[in-house]
Design a protein around this ligand. Structure first.
Ligand code: AMP
Length: 284
C-alpha cells in the first residue's frame, strides 16, 4: 500500500479510520534520522499500520529559540517514510493546527516545570497540546516516543494517564551515531569542531554508568562526575546536569536504586540533550 499524505486533522481522522486494524503512531518534527526510523520500525512490528506526523510545532519554541533555523527536509522525509512502509503521513501547516481563535492548551503539572521546563518556559505546554491534538486526530492504538527526550516521554505518559487517552505510550531506546553522539535533527547545525566535541555527552554518561556499576548510587556524586567529564571539552557549555528520580524528576543527592541522569549542553548556538537511566536498560 502506498503512503497517503494528509494535511488537516479532519483528513487525518478520516484516513486513519479507513485503515483496518491497529495503528502505531510516530510523531516527529521531521529532518528524519535513524532514531526516528527506529520508532517507525518498532511501531511496524507491533501494529497493522504505521502513521507518522511531521510538524515543526511553533508552540513548543520560545521566542529566542531555533524555530527558524530548525532543519527541514520534507521530500527526503516523505521518501524515507515511504520506504519504511508507513501508511499515513500527517504533515499539517501551523495554520491547520492553530487556526485563528485557537485558545485551549494542555498545561503540565509540576513535572513540566523541572529540567527542560525550567529552562524553556511554555515548551511542554506546546508539546502536550500538539501531542494531544495529534492523538485526537489519528486515534492510534500505540504512540512511540524516544527516551532521548526523557522528560517529554514522562510528561506524555502522565498526560495519557491523567486524561484517559486510549493510546498506549511506548518509550524506545536512544539511537546513537558510531561515536556515541545521540542522533538529533539539530546535529546538522554543529560546526565540524563542535561535532567532534559533541560525543563528550556520551562519555559523561558512560563515566557515570561505570561508577554506578562499581556501586556508586549517590545522585550528587554521579552528577559531579558527569560535570567533570563535560569540563574536559572546552566547546561544551553545560546548561544543566541532573540526577533525578525517573518518575518524579525531583533531584536526588543521596543514594537511590533508580536514577535518571540527564543533561543539556550548548555547543555554540546548538543545544544538545542526552540521558541514561540507571540501572541501565531499565528504561523510563
Ligand atoms: P523530534 O523530531 O526530534 O521531535 O523527535 C521525534 C521523536 O523521535 C521523539 O519521540 C524523540 O524522542 C524521538 N527521537 C529523537 N531522536 C532520537 C534518538 N536519537 N533515538 C531515539 N528516539 C529519538
Amino acid at each position: 500500500m502506498s503512503l497517503a499524505v494528509v494535511v488537516t486533522p479532519g483528513e487525518a481522522r478520516a484516513a486513519r479510520r479507513a485503515l483496518g486494524g491497529s495503528v502505531g503512531f510516530v510523531p516527529t518534527m521531521g529532518a528524519l534520522h535513524a532514531g526516528h526510523l527506529a520508532l517507525v520500525r518498532r511501531a511496524r512490528g507491533e501494529n497493522a499500520h504505521v502513521a507518522a506526523s511531521v510538524f515543526v510545532n511553533p508552540a513548543q519554541f520560545g521566542p529566542r529559540e531555533d524555530l527558524a533555523s530548525y532543519p527541514r527536509t520534507p521530500e527526503r522525509d516523505l521518501d524515507l517514510l515511504e520506504k519504511e512502509g508507513v501508511a499515513l503521513l500527517f504533515a499539517p501547516e501551523p495554520g491547520a493546527m492553530y487556526p485563528p481563535g485557537f485558545e485551549t492548551w494542555v498545561q503540565p503539572g509540576p513535572l513540566g516545570a523541572r529540567l527542560e521546563g525550567e529552562r524553556r518556559p511554555g515548551h511542554f505546554r506546546g508539546v502536550l497540546t500538539v501531542v494531544a491534538k495529534l492523538l485526537q486526530a489519528l486515534e492510534p492504538d500505540r504512540a512511540y516516543f524516544g527516551q532521548k527526550d526523557a522528560q517529554q516521554a514522562v510528561l506524555i505518559r502522565r498526560m495519557a494517564r491523567d486524561l484517559d487517552f486510549a493510546a498506549e505510550v511506548v518509550v524506545c531506546p536512544i539511537v546513537r551515531e558510531a561515536d556515541g553522539l545521540a542522533m538529533s535533527s539539530r546535529n546538522v547545525n554543529l560546526s565540524p569542531q563542535e561535532r567532534r566535541a559533541a560525543p563528550v555527552l556520551r562519555r559523561a554518561l558512560v563515566a557515570a554508568a561505570v561508577a554506578w556499576e562499581a556501586g556508586e548510587r549517590r545522585g550528587d556524586v554521579l552528577r559531579r562526575l558527569a560535570l567533570t567529564v563535560l569540563a574536559t571539552e572546552p566547546l561544551a557549555k553545560p546548561d544543566y546536569v541532573s540526577a533525578a528520580d525517573p518518575s518524579t524528576l525531583i533531584e536526588i543527592d543521596g543514594p537511590s536504586e533508580r536514577l535518571l541522569l540527564s543533561m543539556a549542553v550548548r555547543f555554540g548556538a546548538t543545544r544538545l540533550l542526552d540521558n541514561a537511566v540507571f540501572p541501565e536498560g531499565s528504561g523510563l
